[in-house]
Design a protein around this ligand. Structure first.
Ligand code: CA
Length: 225
């Protein structure tokens, strides 16, 4: 699930992003209101963490425009102001939750989890399975059901694996993979994908699974048995 953080205090945004990535969310950051609105309107986010005091456009204005454009992402507002006024305005405009700075990062993560569970009610499962593979999305542990061998999968490989297992036996293009796994993270170099896939194939092999991620010439990749 993809989360957008709109926060001009970069160090705070970075701390939040790091924590959410540990929780297996995909995270993008916007550091001003205009960029935040632009990204939010792309409608690719399940949840938006939105600061109120922002350069160029404030969080309440952004929230207003999101509602006018029928963006269904859950919104958690952040602000330094403890004022009841801002809180009421946020709920009035349609924010789902509100957190006053300073806050504990664990509290924010807990609230994110609550909002996303509400949004996806039964859609969040702890285990994804395909063939003889079983991926635990809480622990990032990949198990081969036949051999009972397990291995831990690091963040990007986990993201790739989750994407493939949710789209098994379907050809996924390189572009789709970049969008889903790397998002707006532009440090990405295109030849890295092959490297990540080869790490992943090795892990799948080490635990004795028969599942493979095959390159389909000119089209992309497909997970198959
Ligand atoms: Ca701010």
């Amino acid at each position: 699930m993809r989360i957008l953080i709109v926060e001009d205090e970069y160090s705070l945004a970075d701390v939040i992003a790091t924590k959410l990535k540990e929780e297996k969310y995909e995270v993008d950051i916007s550091t001003d209101g205009e960029d935040g609105l632009f990204n939010a309107l792309s409608n690719i986010y399940d949840l938006i963490i939105l600061d109120i005091m922002l350069p160029k456009k404030n969080g309440l204005e952004i929230l207003n425009e999101l509602k006018e454009n029928n963006i269904l992402a859950k919104v958690i507002m952040l602000t330094a102001k403890a004022g009841l006024d801002d809180k009421l305005k946020s709920f009035d405009t349609g924010a789902d939750d509100y957190l006053t700075k300073p806050f504990h990062i664990e509290e924010l993560v807990a609230r994110v989890n609550v909002q996303l569970r509400k949004k996806f009610k039964n859609k969040i499962k702890d285990i994804i399975e395909y063939g003889d593979l079983s991926l635990n999305i809480r622990t990032s542990s990949l198990t081969c059901i036949n051999t009972n061998e397990s291995i831990n999968v690091p963040y990007r490989e986990f993201m790739l694996l989750e994407y493939f297992m949710n789209n098994k036996e379907t050809i996924i293009s390189r572009e789709q993979i970049y969008d889903k796994v790397w998002g707006l993270d532009n440090d990405f170099e295109s030849n890295n994908l092959e490297a990540y896939l080869s790490f992943l194939r090795k892990k799948i092999k080490i635990i004795g699974s028969k599942v493979n991620i095959k390159a389909v010439r000119g089209l992309g990749y497909r997970m198959e048995i």
